[in-house]
Every structure is written in structure tokens, then in C-alpha cells.
Design a protein around this ligand. Structure first.
Ligand SMILES: Cc1cc2nc3c(=O)[nH]c(=O)nc-3n(C[C@H](O)[C@H](O)[C@H](O)COP(=O)(O)OP(=O)(O)OC[C@H]3O[C@@H](n4cnc5c(N)ncnc54)[C@H](O)[C@@H]3O)c2cc1C
Length: 407
């Protein structure tokens, strides 16, 4: 049972250790499962009042992202994702100038989140619980939330994302560094895309490289829908350079005049910014211009780099984007969050002493995170300055290029 302010900090320790997980997105949910399998009682505290929706955006799957769900097996991958076989590059006239086999699967964030959250159930997953602080004393960590919850645990896992409060509390002011570009993103129903365009886009991931940015599209199913063609969507991302300072502040200012730090969600982007996007899109190949101009509510995610120097702090650890925020060009952010969680479960399974297990885990995950950030930095720089070789295989992969492939 959860307890509330003015009651003493309860301990949940009975026969087995307990873990609190701060943040209930894909990193936090995976941590819950892998720790449960390692013998922990788990409680996930998520600040959002409603189930997360990830703005309905698509993700390129990596086998590590869905490993828990597939191993159980709790789902058939074909039910939540669309497969494509080809990587295509198109030029300014919309012609395919390079094509190579590239077996990938695409899904919506929502379908992965919903699959994991449903499997965990609501008893261990608490929405509307924003962690406002924690402290570590002796053999336990005390955690409290803005909603008045107070708990103790044997292990606190911080999976609170790129803007991590936990990271600030543990390490001081450690903000992620803006990479100099943003992703404009949108989704458009296949029904609203001309048939010729959809034919070219549906069985492939399509890239268009410009001298100062790049654009990609891939198909996704929407979670509630069956996979009939009319219910497919095209997910597009246009990575555009925006100078740090006034230009960045302007694009990140929403329709209420509030400057957002990381993203401007669908429905909150200023009308004048969308109008400018659509005007600029007319310079793109027709096929891409059509997608963007016909998208109702495009949204913005800024791109950052962050590398944490330490992930284990006694009985507290930090994982996923909170620890390493890699640019998205290896399509492995969710896979890294899930793999941090899986490795944590393995380390704790093999070692009874929590601080020792966290230190062993940290050594491996620091190395994985640093290499992922660097691979993304290299790929992102080339994709944004026009030096990416047309026709080259994508940088997708967690441990190495190519491990995103799924048939
Ligand atoms: C443009 C773009 C494209 C991307 N494409 C892909 C892709 O194709 N494939 C892929 O694998 N990855 C992709 N990613 C990366 C992916 O979205 C992230 O790596 C992933 O979501 C990280 O998961 P996480 O659980 O660590 O953090 P998040 O998903 O950010 O979750 C953090 C959670 O913590 C909660 N939280 C924060 N503070 C508190 C608090 N104080 N108390 C309680 N809860 C709190 C938040 O509400 C949130 O739910 C992309 C990212 C971007 C920007």
C-alpha cells in the first residue's frame, strides 16, 4: 500500500528487497520487469497524470527495445509493428537514387508502452506521482513525491529522462548540450497520402539528404488499429539546423508564449512556426513536401548530447536517457534504456550486495552509453552538414551498427 505525508516512512521490506523506479516510460517499465525477475518487489512512480502517449510518434525498433515482451512471450511482434525491407535515398526530383536491403521494424511508442504497462498492471505502476526528492541513509533510500507519498526502498532506480531531476540532485547542474538542430515530426494517415507516394514509402525507410539537414520517413501502425492499409500511418522527421540562442528560443516558444526546454508537443506549436515549416517544405521533393504540408499538427523535438560520468550512487542508480542522451541517428535510445535495465537485473541477480552490484553494472553501461553518444554525434554531424554518403547503410544499432535489423 502507498502511504501519505504525516505518516512515518514505511518499509516495504519483508522477505524480498524492494525497488522504487522514478519514471514510468520505457526505461522505467523495463527496469520494473527485470528487477522483478531478479527478486525485487517493484513500485513505479510516474509524474504524468495520464498514461504516456509519446505524442503517438513512431520508433524504429531494435530487438533490445522489445526483448522482454518477446522473451515472455507477451506479444507477437507482427501485431504491433510494420516490417520494411528497403532503405531508399531519394534526390531533389523525388527519384530513388540508391536502394539497399535493410530489414527493419517500426512501431508507435504507444504500442510498446501500452504492451509493457498492461503487463505490469496498475498495482505496481502509479501515475501522478512526481518524485520531489530522495535521500540515502544506511541501508535504505527514502523517496517522497509532490503528491505526499513517502516510501523507503532498498534500491532507487532513476529513469526520469533527458531532463532528469535525479541527475541534478545527484550531480549538480548537468544539463544536456543542444546539438544545433531540431526534429520536426509528424504523422499522416495513409488514407491522406496519394497512392503513388504511399507505394514508394510503405515498404521502406526513405532518406533525403540536403546540404544542411535531412529528412526521413517510415510507415507505422497505430496501436489500436489492425494492420489494414487504410490504418497505416507515415511517420516523418525533418532534422533542421537551428542556431543556438535567439533562433532556438524562438522555435521552442509555444503558442502560449512559454519557452520549452526539450520539445514542443503536438497541438502546442505556434501557428506561425507551422506556416513557416510548410512554406519551407515546398523546396523539398514533391513527395515529401506533400506529406509535410498535409500534416495537421506537426511537433518539435530538439536534439541533445549528454554523457553522465557516474551511474551508481550507493543504492541509487540512473539509467536510460537520464544517464546518456544520444542523438537519434542510431535509433537505439529505447533499446539502450531497456538494455540498461536488463543488465541491472542480471547484475542484481548475480550479486546480493546492492551497492556492489550497481558498481559492477555501472562499468559496463558507462561504456555502452559513451559509445552510443559518440556514434550518434558522428552520424548526426554528417547527416546535418551534407557529408553523409548517399546510399550508405544507416548507423542504426545499439551495440554496433546493424543490430537493429529485424525480420
Ligand atoms: C527525434 C527523436 C527520435 C527518436 N527516435 C527513436 C527511435 O526511432 N528508436 C528509439 O529506440 N529511440 C528513439 N528516440 C529516443 C527515445 O525516445 C528515448 O531514448 C527513450 O524514450 C528514453 O526512455 P527513458 O525511459 O530513458 O526516458 P523517457 O522516455 O524520457 O521517460 C522519462 C519518464 O520519467 C518521467 N519523469 C520525469 N521526471 C519525473 C519525476 N520527478 N518523478 C516521476 N517521473 C518523472 C517522465 O514523465 C517520463 O515518463 C528518439 C528521440 C528523439 C528526440
Amino acid at each position: 500500500m502507498l502511504s501519505h505525508r504525516n505518516t512515518p516512512y514505511p518499509t516495504m521490506l519483508k522477505n524480498r528487497p524492494n525497488a522504487i523506479i522514478m519514471g514510468g516510460s520505457l526505461g522505467g517499465l523495463n527496469a520494473a520487469f527485470f528487477l522483478r525477475d531478479a527478486g525485487f518487489a517493484v513500485t513505479v512512480l510516474e509524474r504524468s497524470r495520464t498514461p504516456l502517449a509519446g505524442q503517438g510518434a513512431g520508433i524504429v525498433l531494435n530487438p533490445y527495445t522489445v526483448r522482454y515482451l518477446l522473451d515472455i512471450p507477451a506479444l507477437d511482434i507482427a501485431d504491433i509493428s510494420i516490417r520494411s525491407q528497403l532503405l531508399r535515398y531519394i534526390d531533389q526530383s523525388g527519384q530513388i537514387v540508391a536502394e539497399r536491403p535493410s530489414p527493419l521494424r517500426f512501431a508507435s511508442y504507444n504500442s510498446i508502452y501500452a504492451g509493457l504497462q498492461t503487463l505490469l498492471g496498475t498495482q505496481n505502476y502509479h501515475l501522478n506521482q512526481r518524485v520531489t526528492g530522495f535521500d540515502q541513509r544506511g541501508d535504505c533510500v527514502r523517496v517522497h513525491t509532490a503528491q505526499g507519498l513517502q516510501m523507503t526502498c532498498d534500491l532507487l532506480v532513476c529513469a526520469d529522462g533527458i531532463g532528469s531531476d535525479a541527475r541534478r540532485w545527484l550531480l549538480g547542474n548537468t544539463t544536456a548540450q543542444y546539438a544545433g538542430y531540431i526534429a520536426w515530426r509528424g504523422l499522416i494517415s495513409a488514407a491522406d497520402v496519394p497512392a503513388d507516394t504511399f507505394d514508394l514509402l510503405q515498404d521502406s525507410i526513405v532518406y533525403h539528404i540536403t546540404p544542411n539537414g535531412h529528412l526521413l520517413t517510415y510507415p507505422i501502425p497505430v496501436v489500436e488499429d489492425s494492420l489494414a492499409d487504410r490504418e497505416r500511418y507515415v511517420n516523418w522527421l525533418w532534422y533542421r539546423n537551428v542556431a543556438a540562442g535567439a533562433d532556438f528560443a524562438n522555435i521552442m516558444t509555444d503558442q502560449n508564449g512559454v519557452q520549452r526546454a526539450l520539445s514542443v508537443p503536438s497541438g502546442a506549436v505556434r501557428a506561425d512556426a507551422i506556416a513557416q515549416l510548410k512554406a519551407d517544405a515546398t523546396t523539398l521533393p514533391d513527395i515529401l513536401s506533400e506529406l509535410i504540408t498535409q500534416t495537421d499538427q506537426p511537433f518539435i523535438q530538439a536534439v541533445f548530447d549528454y554523457e553522465i560520468p557516474q551511474m551508481a550512487f550507493g543504492r541509487i542508480c540512473i539509467l536510460g536517457d537520464a544517464a546518456f542522451s544520444a542523438r537519434p541517428h542510431t535509433a537505439a535510445g529505447t533499446a539502450k534504456a531497456a538494455e540498461d535495465a536488463r543488465q541491472l537485473g542480471l547484475a542484481l541477480h548475480d550479486c546480493a550486495d546492492i551497492p556492489t552490484a550497481l558498481k559492477l553494472w555501472e562499468a559496463k553501461q558507462l561504456s555502452l552509453g559513451a559509445s552510443l553518444v559518440e556514434r550518434n554525434r558522428v552520424a548526426g554531424t554528417m547527416l546535418q552538414n551534407g557529408t553523409w554518403p548517399i546510399g550508405a547503410p544507416l548507423a542504426f544499432g545499439l551495440y554496433e551498427q546493424g543490430d537493429s535489423q529485424m525480420t
